[in-house]
Design a protein around this ligand. Structure first.
Ligand code: UN1
Length: 503
C-alpha cells in the first residue's frame, strides 16, 4: 500500500493531506507523500480554548470511565496496527519491525493507562491533631500540550496522551513538521474511539484531543499559552532550552525529554556475544536516530580490541536499504541535514584523533533524493568534544578504560543523562554501576543495551536530558494536580505545632 492508500484506510480524508504548505517527503526515496495544512498561532489559541472547555467536562467523568475511552483507542490501534506501522515506515523511514514495535508501544501504554485509571491513588496521612484526618488526592490538571519528535512520531505522543486522558486532561498535539501524516492518522483513530465510546453511552466532550500541524511558531503559541497547564516536549536539547524557560516564566509545568549520549560499559567478565548484539542494535537500530541510541562504548583495555574488531565486522554486514523490504536493518536518515551533521561529526572526530570506519553515503545512485548512511564506528583516543555532543545518526565512538571508576567517570562526563548500560557477569560491578556513585542517567541497564525500553518503567533522564519522566511507574502524577486535605471531625479547633490563638 502506498501512503495515500494507507491514509485512506486509516480514515484520513484526502483534503487533509493535499493543498497545504507543509510538504511531506518520504525519507525512503524523497517521493512526495502529501501537503498538509499548517495552523496559525491564532488557530492554536482557538484550539487551546476548545481544549480547555473539553477539560472542564472531561474532569467530571469518573476516571475508570475515562479509562474505557483509552481502552477503545487501544482496540483501534490493535485493529490498525499494520497500516499505522506502514505509515510510520513511509514517513519516518523506520524498518518494518520497528514501525510495528512503535505501534505496539502505543497499545502497551493504552493498556497500562486503562489499569492506571482505577489506581490514581493518593495517601492517607496520620494527623498530629485529635479528631483530624489528612489525605491527598490526585485531580485532573488541565490542558496538556504535547510536542513530539520525528523519530518516534506516534509512540511518544501516546505515552503522554494515554496518561493525560485517564488523568482527566485534554490534549493538544504539535507533531514534528517532518511527520504530520502519522499524527493525522493517529488522530483519525482516536476520533473513531471517541465515536465508539459515545455510541456505548460514554460522555466525551468534543476536542478532547486535537492535532495542530505547523512549524515553530505554532508550537510557541502553545508553549506561551497560560491555559496549557503542562507542556510535554520531546526533542533536541536546543528545543528544550527554548521551551523550558518560556513555560517556567508563566509558572506552567514542563516535562522535558531531550537529548541523550548513551554509553555501554563492557567489562572483562562480560558475555561478549551478548554485548556485541546489544551494542549493534543500540548503536545502529533506527539508523542511530533514537534518543536512547548507544553513542559510546567504553570497553576494558583487556577486551577492547577484540570487542571493537567484532563490532566493526558486524557493522559492515548490516543491510542498508528500503526499510519496508524484509531483511534491511538500516533505513534512511530523516533528511539531508541529518546526513550533513553526521559527516561534520565524523570530520571533527578525525581532527580529534579518531579512526573512522564506514560513515559515508550509501545507495546514492538508487536514491538521489534520500540520505542513507553507512553506519560508522570511530575508535577514539579520548572522550573529546565531538564525543560529548549528541549527533543524531549511526555513529558509535569506542573508548578504553582500566578501572571501573574510570569507566563510570567517562560514562558520566557528558552533558546528557538519559540511558546507560553495563555488560558484566560480576555482581559487584553491576551493583556499583547502578548505585548512587554509579551511572548518573535516568536509565541504567545491566546486560541489555541502552535503547528499546519497555513502557512499564519511568522513561527520561537527568542533566541536559531535561529531568522529565514519562510512560510507566508513577509518571502519571505529572498529568495531575495533588491536593492535600486536612479534615477536622472534632468539636475543637487545635492549631498545628501547638500554636495558641485564643481570644
Ligand atoms: C525516543 O527516542 O525519543 O527506549 C524514545 C526506547 C524507546 C523510546 C525512545 N522505547 O528506545
Amino acid at each position: 500500500m502506498n501512503a495515500q492508500e494507507v491514509l485512506n484506510a486509516l480514515g484520513v480524508p484526502a483534503a487533509a493531506v493535499t493543498g497545504g504548505s507543509l510538504k511531506v517527503r518520504s525519507p525512503i526515496d524523497g517521493a512526495p507523500l502529501g501537503a498538509v495544512h499548517e495552523a496559525t498561532p491564532a488557530q492554536m489559541s482557538e484550539a487551546v480554548a476548545r481544549a480547555h472547555d473539553a477539560f472542564l467536562q472531561w474532569r467530571t467523568v469518573p476516571a475508570p470511565k475515562r479509562g474505557e475511552l483509552v481502552r477503545l483507542f487501544g482496540e483501534e490501534l490493535r485493529a490498525n496496527k499494520a497500516a499505522l506501522a506502514r505509515l510510520v515506515s513511509l514517513e519516518a523511514g523506520k524498518v518494518s519491525s520497528e514501525g510495528e514495535g512503535e505501534v505496539q508501544e502505543m497499545i502497551d501504554i493504552c493498556d497500562f493507562a486503562v489499569g492506571q485509571s482505577r489506581q490514581l491513588h493518593g495517601l492517607t496521612i496520620a494527623s498530629e491533631r485529635p479528631g483530624h484526618r489528612m489525605m491527598e488526592q490526585y485531580l485532573p490538571l488541565g490542558v496538556v500540550g504535547i510536542i513530539s519528535a520525528f523519530n518516534f512520531p506516534v509512540a511518544v505522543w501516546a505515552w503522554n496522551a494515554a496518561l493525560a486522558l485517564v488523568a482527566g486532561d485534554s490534549c493538544i498535539w504539535k507533531p514534528s513538521e517532518k511527520t504530520p501524516l502519522t499524527a493525522l492518522a493517529t488522530q483519525a483513530l482516536f476520533e473513531k474511539a471517541v465515536a465508539a465510546f459515545v455510541a456505548q453511552g460514554g460522555k466525551a466532550p468534543a476536542h478532547l484531543s486535537q492535532v495542530l500541524n505547523g512549524r515553530a511558531a505554532v508550537g510557541e503559541a502553545m508553549v506561551d499559552d497560560h491555559r496549557v497547564a503542562l507542556v510535554s516536549a520531546t526533542g533536541s536539547t536546543r528545543m528544550g532550552r527554548a521551551v523550558g524557560p518560556r513555560v517556567a516564566a508563566r509558572f506552567g509545568r514542563c516535562l522535558l525529554e531531550l537529548g541523550g549520549n548513551n554509553a555501554i560499559i563492557v567489562t572483562p567478565s562480560a558475555d561478549l556475544d551478548l554485548a556485541v548484539r546489544g551494542i549493534l542494535f543500540g548503536a545502529y537500530g533506527t539508523a542511530g536516530q533514537r534518543c536512547t541510541t548507544t553513542r559510546r562504548v567504553i570497553a576494558h583495555a583487556s577486551i577492547h580490541d577484540e570487542l571493537v574488531a567484532r563490532l566493526d565486522r558486524a557493522r559492515a554486514q548490516l543491510k542498508i536499504g528500503d526499510p519496508t523490504v524484509a531483511g534491511h536493518l538500516i533505513g534512511p536518515l530523516i533528511d539531508a541535514a541529518a546526513f550533513d551533521a553526521m559527516q561534520q561529526a565524523l570530520a571533527d572526530a578525525r581532527v580529534q584523533g579518531g579512526e573512522v570506519s564506514g560513515g559515508g553515503r550509501a545507495l546514492a545512485e538508487q536514491y538521489p533524493d534520500a540520505w542513507y548512511a553507512v553506519p560508522a564506528l570511530v575508535r577514539m583516543p579520548a572522550q573529546t568534544e565531538v564525543v560529548k555532543r549528541e549527533t543524531f545518526a549511526p555513529v558509535l565512538y569506542t573508548l578504553k578504560y582500566e578501572t571501573l571508576e574510570q569507566a563510570i567517570a567517562l560514562q558520566n562526563d557528558v552533558p546528557q543523562g538519559l540511558s546507560s548500560a553495563i555488560f558484566t557477569n560480576d555482581v559487584r560491578e553491576a551493583e556499583a554501576f547502578m548505585s548512587a556513585s554509579g551511572s548518573d542517567c535516568g536509565i541504567a541497564n545491566v546486560n541489555i543495551g541502552t535503547s528499546g525500553a519497555e513502557i512499564g518503567g519511568a522513561f527520561g533522564g537527568e542533566k541536559e536530558t531535561g529531568g522529565g519522566r514519562e510512560s510507566g511507574s508513577d509518571a502519571w502524577k505529572a498529568y495531575m494536580r495533588r491536593t492535600t486535605n486536612t479534615v477536622n471531625y472534632s468539636r475543637e479547633l487545635p492549631l498545628a505545632q501547638g500554636v495558641k490563638f485564643d481570644i
